[in-house]
Design a protein around this ligand. Structure first.
Ligand code: NOJ
Length: 786
C-alpha cells in the first residue's frame, strides 16, 4: 500500500507552507493507482437511488381518512383558508409586526394555529376560544421556537453540536419536547438544519455547524428526540426542518441576504440535512426568507414541489417563515400580496406564518382561477392530519394540563441532563503547561469579565421561554458552589462587551487589582447573548467592546490566564491563542452552564467537545471550512512566500482551529489505519479500522473521525470529507479499535451530468482526531467500475 503524508493537511495548508514533495507524492498515488487525470465516466448503475421516505407515524390510517374526508366535506373555503394561517399571540414577538386581532380571528375561525403562546392555562384558554366558538370546533395547533430547551435551557444548538454526542443531543430534544408539550405546545420550529460556514452570520449559533455529514446525524437525532416514537404520546411534539433552503449561505454573512449557488453545492452540501430530517419522519418544513438562484424560497416550485414533495416524497406540511410571503414583494418577485399568496400556495406552501396573505387573498385567488381549490384542499388536509395524529380531535386540551406542567417543568433530572450536555459541549482549545484543570484547594482565583456573572447571557439566543433572570447559574456562581471555602474567589466585571471598543476603562483597575492578588485568572469573555441569532450578523469576529484591551492587561500581570469564551460563533481569537495559558470554549451553556464550566475547569469532567465549525484566524478568511477544494494552485506548490499560488499575502491559509478540533486533559494516540481491502467492487463493503490508546494519566473521551478524499472526479472533489465518527471513553492506558464501514454509496455526490452517485477510481482515507490533525497516515483504496 502506498503511503504519503496526510493529503488533507497539505491541501488546507498548516500555516507553514509545505514543500513540493507532498504534491509529487500525491501525484505518485494517482499514477500508481492507475487513475487517469481526466474526468471519470460514470456508469448509471453507480447511481444512488433516492427512495422517498415514509415514517411510521405518517403511514396511512383509514380511520383518519374517513374522519378528515367527512370534516373537509363540511368545510367552507373560508374555513379551509383559516386552517392555512398561523399567527403569533401577543406574548412574544419574533418578527417585525404583530397582527393585533388574533383573539377575534380565533373566534371567527380565521386561523388554525397560534405560535408564541404557552403554559397549560394560556393554551387552554385560547383553545377554548376555537373549540367553543367556531362552527366546526377544529382545535388550534400551538407552535413555538423550542430550539435548545424550553424552560430548562441546554447549550445553544451549535454548542450541542460540538459535543458530537448524538445520544445526548437526542436526549436534549426529548426533554425539550417533554417540557414544551407539558405547557400546551404541539409543534416546535426546530431543528434548524442550515449548514453554517460563515461566522459573520449570526444564525450559525442555531445550527449544527459547517459539515453536512455531522449535520445529517444531528438533524436525525433532533427529529427523533422531538417526535419520539409516537406522536400520539402527550410528551411528543411535531418537529420542523428549517429554513428550506440554503439560508446559511446568505451573501457576506448578512442575515436575510441573497443566496446564489450552484445546484451541485445546494444538493451536496445544503440539502442533505433536510433530506435526513425527511427520512426521520419530520412532520413539517419551514421555508427560508432568502432567495435561491433568483427565486424566493417561499415561492420556489423547485424547492417545495420538485425536490421536497417530488424527489423526497415529503407528506407533512410546509409553513412559511415569519411574513416571508409578504417579503416576496420587496424581493421583487411579486407585484403585490395577492400575487405573492398565489405564488406561495402554488409552489407548495401549506401554512402562512404571520403574513395574513392567505387569509386576505386566497379566496380571491380561487375566484380568479389562479389557485385550484384542490391545491387548497391538499394543504388543509396536511394541517388537519397533523392535528389528528396528535390526538387533538379526540381531546383538544390534552397538551394543556397544568398538573402535568407543574410536575414536568424544571425537573431535577432535566436540569442534570442540561448540565451534562453543557460540559459535553465545551471545547478545550488550548492548555499550555497543563494549567487546567485548576487546582482549587487553598488557591485564590480571580474571576473577571462581562460574562463571568451575567445570568442573561448564559442561555444565549432563541431560548424563548427561558428564564434569563433567576435560574441560570453563572460561572462565578458555579465556581463558588464547587469550591465553597476551599479557595478564595474574587470577582470584577472589568470590561464592557458592547460595540464601543473605546468604551470606559473604569473597570480595569478593579479587575487588575483582583488579578494581581490571585494565583490564576479566569477571564470569562465573548459576545453578549443577542450578538448571535436572528438579525445578528457581524462584520468583525473580534471580542466586542474593550475586552481585548483588558485581556492584554490581565496577561501582562504575568499570572496564568484561563480564557472561558462564551459566544455563538467562531471568533477571531488569534491573539488570545498566542498569549493566554488556556482557552475553553463554552458557547452559551444554558441554565446549568456555570456548574458545567466549573465541572470542566476543576477537572470533574474531562473536556470532550470538538469544533463543529472551523475557527478562522481573522474575518478575512471567512467563509472557511475544512472541506474546501484544492484549486489548481494549492499553496503547497510553492516555497514560503511564493507568489502565484492560492494564498493570502498577510495570513496563512490554515485556520486558527480546524473543524473537529478539541483537546482533552489526557492524550490519545491513533494507530495506522487498516483496510479490509485495497480494492472494492460496486456491491462491496470496506472496513477501515484504527486503534486508539489513551496515553495520558486521566480517563477521557476522544472523537475518532473518518475522512475520505476522492482523488479525481467528473467534477472536482473536496480535499477531505467526514464520512464517519465515533465518540468513546478510554481509561488511562486503555486502547480501543474503532471500525468504520463504507460502501460506494457513501462516496456519492452530484456528478458532472447532475446525477447523484459514486464514481470508480482512487480514494484516500484516514482516521484522525480532527480535520487538521497529523495523527494518521492516509491509506488508499480503489472502487472498481460497476
Ligand atoms: C423567524 C425565524 O427565522 C424562525 O426561525 C422562527 O421559527 C420564526 N421567526 C418564528 O419565531
Amino acid at each position: 500500500m502506498h503511503r504519503c503524508p496526510p493529503g488533507n493537511q497539505a491541501a488546507l495548508g498548516e500555516g507553514n507552507v509545505r514543500t513540493i514533495k507532498a504534491i509529487l507524492c500525491a501525484s505518485a498515488i494517482i499514477l500508481a493507482t492507475g487513475v487517469a487525470a481526466q474526468p471519470v465516466a460514470h456508469d448509471d448503475s453507480a447511481a444512488v437511488e433516492i427512495v422517498p421516505a415514509q415514517p411510521d407515524w405518517a403511514k396511512s390510517d383509514p380511520e383518519m381518512d374517513r374522519y378528515l374526508d367527512d370534516l373537509m366535506s363540511r368545510m367552507t373555503l373560508t374555513e379551509k383558508i383559516g386552517q392555512m394561517t398561523v399567527l403569533t399571540s401577543d406574548w412574544d414577538s419574533t418578527g417585525p409586526s404583530i397582527r393585533p386581532n388574533y383573539v377575534e380571528d380565533i373566534r371567527a375561525g380565521r386561523i388554525g394555529a397560534i405560535f408564541n403562546a404557552y403554559t397549560a392555562d394560556y393554551t387552554r384558554e385560547l383553545q377554548k376560544l376555537a373549540v367553543e366558538n367556531t362552527r366546526l370546533k377544529i382545535p388550534l395547533l400551538f407552535g413555538y421556537d423550542v430550539i435548545h430547551g424550553h424552560r430548562t435551557i441546554f447549550p445553544i444548538s451549535l454548542g450541542e453540536a460540538a459535543s458530537w454526542d448524538i445520544d445526548a443531543i437526542r436526549k436534549a430534544a426529548r426533554i425539550s419536547a417533554t417540557e414544551a408539550a407539558a405547557e400546551g405546545i404541539h409543534w416546535t420550529f426546530s431543528p434548524m438544519v442550515d449548514i453554517g460556514r460563515d461566522a459573520r452570520w449570526g444564525r450559525v449559533s442555531e445550527g449544527a455547524g459547517e459539515d453536512t455529514f455531522l449535520g445529517n446525524a444531528i438533524a436525525r437525532a433532533r427529529v427523533e428526540g422531538y417526535q419520539g416514537e409516537d406522536l400520539r404520546a402527550v410528551d411528543t411534539v411535531l418537529a420542523t426542518a428549517k429554513h428550506f433552503a440554503a439560508y446559511g449561505a446568505a451573501q457576506a454573512g448578512r442575515d436575510y441576504h441573497t443566496v446564489d449557488m450552484s445546484d451541485r453545492t445546494l444538493r451536496d452540501v445544503y440539502l442533505p440535512p433536510f433530506r435526513a430530517a425527511v427520512d426521520s419522519g419530520v412532520a413539517s418544513f419551514m421555508t427560508a426568507f432568502n432567495e435561491v438562484d433568483g427565486v424566493p424560497a417561499t415561492g420556489s416550485q423547485y424547492l417545495l414541489s420538485d425536490i421536497l414533495r417530488g424527489e423526497w416524497g415529503f407528506d407533512g406540511f410546509v409553513v412559511t417563515d415569519y411574513t416571508s410571503i409578504n417579503e416576496m414583494v420587496p424581493h421583487g418577485y411579486a407585484r403585490d400580496l395577492q400575487q405573492a399568496a398565489e405564488q406561495a400556495v402554488n409552489a407548495g406552501v401549506d401554512l402562512d406564518m404571520q403574513g395574513a396573505a392567505f387569509m386576505e387573498h386566497l379566496q380571491q385567488a380561487v375566484d380568479d382561477g389562479h389557485v385550484d381549490e384542490a391545491t387548497i384542499d391538499r394543504a388543509v388536509r396536511r394541517v388537519l392530519e397533523a392535528k389528528y395524529r396528535l390526538g387533538l380531535f379526540d381531546d383538544p386540551y390534552r397538551y394543556s394540563d397544568s398538573a402535568r406542567e407543574k410536575a414536568t417543568v424544571y425537573r431535577d433530572d432535566f436540569l442534570e441532563a442540561a448540565r451534562d450536555m453543557a460540559r459535553r459541549s465545551m471545547v478545550l482549545l488550548k492548555n499550555e503547561g497543563d494549567v487546567l484543570p485548576l487546582v482549587g484547594n487553598g488557591r485564590s482565583i480571580a474571576v473577571v469579565g462581562p460574562l463571568a456573572d451575567s445570568k442573561a447571557d448564559m442561555i444565549g439566543s432563541w431560548a424563548a421561554a427561558g428564564d434569563r433572570e433567576t435560574r441560570p447559574v453563572t460561572v462565578l456562581e458555579g465556581l463558588k458552589a464547587r469550591l465553597g471555602n476551599s479557595a478564595t474567589i474574587s470577582y470584577a466585571r472589568g470590561a464592557d462587551y458592547d460595540f464601543n471598543a473605546a468604551g470606559s476603562t473604569d473597570g480595569f483597575d478593579e479587575a487588575l487589582a483582583v488579578a494581581r492578588d490571585a494565583d490564576v485568572i479566569v477571564a470569562v469573555m465573548g459576545e453578549r447573548w443577542d450578538m448571535t441569532g436572528e438579525a445578528a450578523s457581524r462584520t468583525s469576529l473580534d471580542l466586542p467592546g474593550n475586552q481585548q484591551a483588558l485581556l492584554e492587561r490581565l496577561v501582562a500581570t504575568g499570572k496564568p490566564v484561563v480564557l472561558v469564551m462564551m459566544s455563538g460563533r467562531p471568533n477571531s481569537i488569534e491573539w488570545a491563542d498566542a498569549n493566554v495559558s488556556a482557552i475553553l470554549h463554552a458557547w452559551y451553556p444554558g441554565t446549568m452552564g456555570g456548574h458545567a464550566v466549573a465541572d470542566v475547569l476543576l477537572g470533574d469532567y474531562n473536556p470532550s467537545g470538538r469544533l463543529p465549525m472551523t475557527f478562522p484566524r481573522n474575518v478575512g478568511q471567512v467563509p472557511i471550512h475544512y472541506d474546501m477544494k484544492n484549486t489548481g494552485r494549492p499553496i503547497e506548490l510553492g516555497e514560503p512566500g511564493t507568489k502565484y499560488v492560492s494564498r493570502y499575502l498577510d495570513t496563512p491559509n490554515s485556520p486558527l482551529y480546524p473543524f473537529g478540533y478539541g483537546l482533552s486533559y489526557t492524550e490519545f494516540a491513533y494507530s495506522a489505519v487498516a483496510l479490509s481491502a485495497e480494492q472494492i467492487g460496486p456491491n462491496d463493503t470496506l472496513t477501515a479500522s484504527a486503534t486508539i490508546t489513551n496515553t495520558g494519566r486521566r480517563a477521557g473521551e476522544t472523537v475518532a473521525q473518518l475522512y475520505v478524499r476522492d482523488l479525481v472526479g467528473s467534477t472536482t472533489r473536496p480535499v477531505q470529507e467526514l464520512r464517519g465518527f465515533e465518540k468513546f471513553a478510554l481509561e488511562p492506558g486503555e486502547s480501543r479499535t474503532v471500525s468504520f464501514t463504507l460502501t460506494p454509496a457513501d462516496l456519492a455526490f452530484t456528478r458532472a451530468d447532475g446525477s447523484f452517485g459514486w464514481e470508480p477510481g482512487a480514494f484516500r482515507l484516514w482516521i484522525a482526531p480532527s480535520s487538521g490533525a497529523n495523527a494518521s497516515v492516509p491509506v488508499e483504496f480503489n472502487v472498481s467500475r460497476p
